[in-house]
Design a protein around this ligand. Structure first.
Ligand code: NAG
Ligand code: NAG
Ligand code: NAG
Length: 369
């Protein structure tokens, strides 16, 4: 009788008990895992005694992270060694007064990101507020240096100051108002890479903007007259070879914005291009090797973004002898560019859309190219 009962008892209860044990086991494992990792909500429980910059993409995305990347000003280095906390991966950064960027000394390379971005404080942590923008900085943060080949042309300090000032102003306007980035191109890319400077005889700033980043009507924006940049001309249109020229009223600097497109060659290979059309509607295209990634650099203490393989772009524009100097007055884009081809015409009825000038600037020779 007792035997039968206990057999019956065991039959009834073994299963729920088994389930309970499994449940407890899973509960404990999950709990343990959760204790090991950190989330944005509980990050304030950690104490350092010095400020740390939250750099970790996963934790900023709300994920649970076991080892969190944090940036620490290198001046706190000696505190970090006493405070070696296994939950954190410390990345030292240099914050120089004369630079408008921070230099992150990661194990594999140097990275730079702008200094100016909004953060909120959670105890010792500085947490970036605009996360997509901050990720944009990190994505393009790999540092590359200019070559600094010797040039004997004397530099014009006023001109350099004016050009850099215009570029910084436009860079911040793009970032803060629209969350988009530009990249140095043409003569500006050449000047930076070859001479770590502005080529004395260049007449304008050249920039690339990826067409897919264009998230607002830039033409209307510059026409609105709300900024120090005046609308000069628009050539092409969003779906075909858009190029925009603006003029910095303050420094009297013309700026060409070349929108960069991607297409496929017949053999299936992808390439980048930008285009321009003349008064007759003739479409010129400039072909470039596809740029897969974009890097960051320094020009007179300011951060700018550049193609990660600038030489490929310069060879495309100027040929294998790109490092030789050509006076700008002898350099005509249409004729000298090594990578240019006429690909067609805009029809006459399209011209009013694709060839638009601000009358104020039509007679100004230097930008009427
Ligand atoms: C960098 O230094 C400036 C002062 O020069 C300071 O205001 C700023 O908070 C510092 N930035 C970081 C991220 O440490
Ligand atoms: C320096 O550049 C400024 C602005 O571009 C120009 O007005 C000036 O004539 C230049 N000076 C020299 C010595 O080339
Ligand atoms: C580009 O847009 C115009 C109208 O704005 C249209 O007529 C034209 O077909 C478009 N071209 C392409 C290649 O999509």
């Amino acid at each position: 009788m007792v035997q039968i009962l206990s057999k019956k008892f065991s039959k009834i209860s073994v299963f729920p008990i088994f389930c309970l044990i499994i449940y407890l086991f899973i509960y404990l494992v999950v709990k343990k895992e959760n204790e090991k990792c950190l989330k944005l909500e509980n990050i304030g429980d950690e104490y350092f005694g010095f400020p740390v910059l939250l750099l970790d993409k996963n934790i900023l995305l709300g994920k649970c992270v076991e080892k969190v990347d944090v940036g620490v000003d290198i001046k706190y280095r000696k505190f970090v060694s006493f405070n070696s906390n296994s939950k954190f991966n410390f990345i030292f950064y240099i914050n120089k007064t004369k630079h408008d960027y921070l230099t992150l000394l990661t194990e594999e390379n140097q990275r730079i990101i702008p200094k100016k971005f909004e953060t909120r404080n959670i105890e010792d942590f500085q947490v970036p507020v605009n996360i997509p923008l901050f990720f944009g900085f990190l994505e393009r943060s790999t540092y590359i240096d200019c070559l600094g080949l010797k040039r004997n042309s004397p530099k014009n300090a006023t001109k350099i100051r004016d050009f850099i000032n215009s570029m910084v102003e436009l860079r911040d306007l793009f970032i803060n108002d629209f969350g988009i980035f530009f990249y140095l191109s043409g003569g500006t890319l050449l000047g930076w890479y070859r001479e770590c400077s502005i080529i004395p005889h260049t007449e304008d700033v050249d920039l690339f903007v990826k067409i897919e980043d264009l998230n607002f009507d830039m033409t209307l924006f510059f026409k609105s007259g709300k900024t120090r940049f005046d609308f000069v001309r628009k050539l092409g249109r969003v779906n075909d070879s858009l190029t925009l020229t603006i003029f910095d009223i303050k420094t009297k600097t013309p700026i060409d914005i070349w929108f960069l497109y991607e297409s496929f060659h017949e053999n299936g290979e992808k390439y980048s291009w930008c285009g321009i059309n003349n008064k007759q509607g003739q479409k010129h295209r400039f072909f470039y090797p596809l740029q897969k990634s974009w890097c960051a650099t320094d020009l007179y203490g300011k951060i700018f973004w550049v193609p990660c393989s600038p030489k490929d772009i310069l060879i495309a524009d100027y040929g294998e002898m790109w490092y030789k100097d050509i006076p700008e007055k002898n350099y005509v884009w249409f004729e000298n560019a090594k990578n240019s081809k006429v690909v067609g015409f805009f029809r006459e009825d399209e011209m009013k859309d694709v060839y638009e000038w601000n009358p104020k600037y039509i007679s100004k020779g230097s930008i009427n190219k």
